[in-house]
Design a protein around this ligand. Structure first.
Ligand code: HEM
Length: 404
């Protein structure tokens, strides 16, 4: 999805809005993912820029605009929600591509599956899995947090939510990798076909049953008073799977990287575990990972420029909670800050239905990790590598700690 060729500047884009920035490969990413994004908060960068990368698109650079574009579906449609537009048009996942009111019945179904009482009911399973994963590495005194923990937790939780066997995890991970970070060996359509074919017999087995797992709830749900079609079932299940994988993996990576580098913050949490909840919110504000987009519905004037019908506007969440105009001392991590302004889980009609589950997974991870490994650091800073993308990536996070 990288942008080798540069789009020509269309006539309606003023020259002073052009700023070359590839959101899949932000300049300076070798120093850090968020550091690279923050270059767009430098003085002189407009609140709305146009970049010739990824097919040529607008990009909101400030928290207020990013929140507005996320939530104003009258002007900015989710029909195409990622750039380049040519690639975004292939991603036809429900309910993301539907604007209100069409998305509402699907969202009601998803919300039911991930409602707070259901997530609270899962806490025991999440905690047992988190504890087992940390127990598996603690005696070693070192691990790669991404491959040993973060990569495993969300997909195993998903399998348990939908009541599918853990033995199928490698297959599902392989296909989802080809969708989220394609290596060219498989097209988007091929990977999607594999996931749909995998889901099909499980859907058949649950259809019309009284199962309480998330897959049963989804496929036996109704929209507008009618049962779902097979295509709708497959699409919703796949979106639920994709939504909760990369996001949690990489956010956990950035959160643990921060804790590994900041002993003072770590000590606060060890001394007072009741701070872990607020710490999760503060880390989510400071280290957002998702960069999506919207399509302009009709010609409009916005931020002093003309946006043409069909133009794409990128809305990178890493530039929202970190914006000094939104939060005082926005780059400082302060567990006593209270609720900060951010759109790490989006805003408006497509606000992440998994936010509650994600927060629970992150909180339990920090609690179970610190109980067993209160003191840890990055093993070799030179082994850290970051990547941009729809979701910012920490490729590896080598951690070490004293073994007693
Ligand atoms: C730290 C973890 C997570 C982050 C940062 C995150 C972020 C987001 C964001 C920004 C959106 C808005 C998309 C848009 O407006 O176009 C979204 C939507 C979504 N997320 Fe999450 N997410 C996380 C975890 C999860 C989990 C655990 C699940 C499911 C189990 C999930 C499922 C979804 C789904 C299904 C949507 C689409 C909702 C819709 O279109 O109505 N996410 N997420």
């Amino acid at each position: 999805m990288s942008a080798e060729s540069l789009a020509d500047r269309p006539d309606h884009v003023p020259a002073d809005r052009v700023h070359d920035f590839d959101l899949y490969n932000p300049p300076g990413i070798e120093k850090g993912f968020h550091e690279a994004w923050l270059a767009l908060h430098a003085p002189g960068v407009p609140d709305l820029i146009w970049t010739p990368r990824n097919g040529g698109h607008w990009m909101a650079t400030r928290g207020a605009q990013i929140a507005e574009v996320f939530s104003d579906h009258q002007r900015f449609s989710a029909r195409v929600y990622l750039v380049p537009k040519s690639v975004g048009e292939q991603h036809q996942m429900l309910p993301v591509i539907l604007d209100p009111p069409a998305n509402v019945p699907y969202r009601m179904l998803m919300n039911r599956c991930l409602a707070p009482p259901r997530v609270s009911g899962m806490e025991g399973r999440i905690r047992a899995l988190a504890a087992a994963l940390v127990d598996g590495v603690v005696a070693r005194g070192k691990c790669n947090f991404i491959s040993d923990y973060a990569d495993v937790l969300p997909v195993r939780i998903f399998m348990s939510l939908v009541d599918l066997p853990d033995a199928d995890v490698p297959l599902l991970k392989h296909w989802t990798e080809q969708i989220v970070h394609p290596d060219g060996s498989m097209s988007y359509d091929e990977a999607k076909a594999h996931i749909y074919a995998y889901l099909d017999p499980h859907i058949d087995a649950r259809l019309g049953g009284a199962g309480d797992d998330m897959l049963s709830l989804l496929i036996n749900g109704m929209v507008d008073g009618r049962p779902l079609t097979r295509a709708e079932m497959q699409s919703l299940c796949m979106q639920m799977l994709l939504g909760g994988l990369d996001t949690v993996v990489n956010f956990l990576g950035f959160a643990m990287l921060f804790l590994a580098r900041n002993p003072e913050h770590r000590r606060q949490l060890v001394a007072d575990p009741s701070l872990v909840g607020p710490a999760v919110d503060e880390l989510l504000r400071r280290f957002p990972v998702v960069s999506l987009a919207r399509e302009v519905r009709d010609d409009i004037h916005y931020d002093g420029v003309l946006l043409k019908r069909g133009d794409m506007v990128a809305i990178p969440t890493p530039l929202a909670g970190t914006d000094e105009r939104q939060n005082t001392e926005a780059l400082k991590v302060d567990f006593s800050r209270g609720p900060g302004e951010h759109v790490t889980f989006g805003k408006g009609p497509h606000f992440c239905p998994g936010a509650n589950l994600a927060r629970t997974e992150i909180r339990i991870t920090i609690e179970e990790w610190l109980k067993r490994i209160p003191d840890f650091s990055v093993d070799a800073e030179s082994d850290l590598h970051f990547r941009g993308g729809l979701v910012g990536v920490v490729n590896a996070l080598p951690l070490r700690w004293p073994v007693t």
